[in-house]
Unconditional design. Structure first.
Ligand SMILES: Cc1cc2nc3c(=O)[nH]c(=O)nc-3n(C[C@H](O)[C@H](O)[C@H](O)COP(=O)(O)OP(=O)(O)OC[C@H]3O[C@@H](n4cnc5c(N)ncnc54)[C@H](O)[C@@H]3O)c2cc1C
Length: 379
C-alpha cells in the first residue's frame, strides 16, 4: 500500500495553512487551493487569542513558536464587562494570562512565510470534486481542471464544498446576527473610548443585544454589535450601508452615551448571521476525504475555539499522517480524535452565545468572566 498520499487542502485559512506547514516539516508535500487572489485580498477579520493546548501547540509543532511570540500581544488579554448604563461589573487586565492575541492577517503571514512558494495556489476556487474509479478525487474549478489527489482535506470553512460529500448536515442560523465595525487609531482619535474598552475584550450585555469591543494591533478596535433577530429581519439589514448603521444605532439607543459613541464612530465592516453545524456533527469515514476546522465543526465565536480548533485539527491530522503506515487509518484516527474535542467546544460556544445574547440575566457575561478567573491555576 502506498504510504504517502498526494494531498490537496481546500482553503488557506488557519486550519489549511497549519496543516500544510506541519506536513511540510515532516517532508510531506501538500497543495493548498485558496480562492483568495492573494494573502491580503480581503480583511482577514479581528484578533484571535491563541490557546495553549490548541492554537499555541499547533504553532509550536509548526516550528513557529518564536515567530508567534514576536507578534503575540500578552498585554491585550484583559476582560471587562459593563452594564448598559455604564456601571463597571468586572475588570481583569490579566497580563499574566496564557492566551495572547494575534491579528488574523499576521497569523496567516507567519504560516505563509514558512511554506514553499508553490504550496499555495491562490485564486483557485474549487467548484466541485469528482470521485475517480481509482479512489482519488479530481478537483474542478477555473484553472484547476483535471488534477486528482489521494486525499482531499476540506479546510474550506463555513460553506465547505467538501462537507456535502461526507455529511448531509447544513449550518443553521443560531438566532443572533453580529454587526462588525472597526475603529482605527483609537488611542489618538478617541482616547476616552480607548480607555473605556481597555486592552483586551470588553462586553456590554443588554436585553437580546450585546456590544463587544476587542483590541487589535496598531490601536485598531473591532466592535461586535450582536442582536437577537429573526433571519427574515437580517435580510433587511444585511448590506454595509448608512441605513444599516442608523438601524443599528437605534437598536443600541438604550445604552449609555460612550457605548453609543463607539458604534457611531465605528465603520461598518460586515454583517454576520451566526451559523453553526449541529453540536456533535460527525460522519462515517470515507477513504480519500476529510474535514478540518469550520468545515467540520462550524460554531459561534463565543468560546474563542474556532481558529484554535482548526489549528488543533491540522496538527493532529498532520502528525498522524507523518507517522507513516496506512494513511487511510491515520485519517480515521484523526477523525476519532477530533469529534469529541469539537463536540465539547461546539457545546460551549452554543451555550455562550445563547447566554450572552439573551433577554434576561444582565450579569451573565460578568459572572462567566469571574468563573473563568476562579478556574485559573494561580487562584
Ligand atoms: C466575528 C468572529 C470572531 C471570531 N473570533 C474568534 C476568536 O477569537 N478565536 C477563535 O479561535 N476563533 C474565532 N472565530 C472563528 C474563526 O474565525 C474560525 O473558526 C476560523 O477562521 C476557522 O478556520 P478554518 O481554517 O477552518 O476556516 P476559514 O478561516 O474560514 O478559512 C477557510 C479558507 O478557505 C477558503 N475557501 C473557502 N471555500 C473555498 C473553495 N471552494 N475553494 C478554495 N478556497 C476556499 C476561504 O477563502 C478561506 O481562506 C471568530 C469568527 C467570527 C465570525
Amino acid at each position: 500500500m502506498q504510504n504517502t498520499p498526494s494531498i490537496a487542502i481546500i482553503g488557506g485559512g488557519p486550519g489549511g495553512l497549519t496543516l500544510a506547514r506541519i506536513l511540510h516539516l515532516h517532508g510531506i508535500k501538500a497543495t493548498v487551493f485558496e480562492r483568495d487572489a492573494h494573502a491580503l485580498t480581503r480583511p482577514q477579520g479581528g484578533s484571535l487569542d491563541m490557546h495553549s493546548e490548541t492554537g499555541q501547540r499547533a504553532l509550536q509543532l509548526s516550528g513557529l513558536h518564536d515567530a508567534f511570540q514576536a507578534l503575540a500581544r500578552y498585554g491585550d488579554q484583559g476582560n471587562r464587562a459593563y452594564a448598559p448604563d455604564g456601571t463597571l461589573l468586572f475588570d481583569d487586565p490579566n497580563p499574566d494570562g496564557d492566551q495572547p492575541e494575534i491579528d488574523r492577517s499576521q497569523l496567516r503571514q507567519i504560516l505563509l512565510n514558512a511554506l514553499p512558494r508553490d504550496c499555495v495556489r491562490w485564486d483557485q476556487k474549487v467548484a466541485a470534486l469528482r470521485a475517480l474509479p481509482d479512489g482519488r478525487h479530481a478537483l474542478a474549478g477555473a484553472g484547476i481542471e483535471g488534477v486528482a489527489f489521494d486525499l482531499v482535506v476540506g479546510a474550506d470553512g463555513a460553506s465547505s464544498i467538501v462537507r456535502p460529500l461526507l455529511s448531509s448536515a447544513r449550518p443553521a442560523y443560531e438566532g443572533v446576527t453580529m454587526f462588525e465595525l472597526g475603529i482605527d487609531d483609537i488611542d489618538q482619535r478617541y482616547p476616552a473610548l480607548s480607555a473605556l474598552s481597555g486592552h483586551g475584550k470588553m462586553f456590554v450585555k443588554g436585553s437580546n443585544t450585546l456590544l463587544a469591543a476587542q483590541r487589535n494591533s496598531n490601536a485598531h478596535v473591532r466592535l461586535y454589535a450582536a442582536v437577537r433577530m429573526p433571519l427574515d429581519a437580517v435580510r433587511s439589514y444585511s448590506t454595509i450601508s448608512a441605513e444599516t448603521k442608523t438601524w443599528l444605532a437605534n437598536i443600541f439607543a438604550g445604552y449609555a452615551a460612550p457605548f453609543r459613541e463607539l458604534i457611531e464612530v465605528g465603520t461598518l465592516l460586515a454583517v454576520r448571521p451566526m451559523l453553526a453545524l449541529p453540536v456533535g456533527h460527525r460522519w462515517s469515514n470515507q477513504p480519500g476525504l476529510t474535514l478540518i476546522g469550520d468545515a467540520a465543526h462550524l460554531m459561534s465565536p463565543f468560546g474563542g475555539e474556532g481558529a484554535n480548533g482548526a489549528m488543533a485539527d491540522a496538527a493532529d491530522l498532520a502528525l498522524l499522517l507523518a507517522r507513516g503506515g496506512d494513511w487511510r487509518a491515520a485519517v480515521a484516527a484523526y477523525e476519532a480524535m477530533m469529534f469529541p474535542r469539537a463536540e465539547a467546544a461546539a457545546f460551549g460556544a452554543g451555550q455562550g452565545l445563547q447566554g450572552a445574547v439573551a433577554e434576561d440575566d444582565p450579569d451573565h457575561v460578568a459572572r462567566h468572566m469571574q468563573e473563568t478567573v476562579s478556574l485559573r491555576p494561580d487562584r
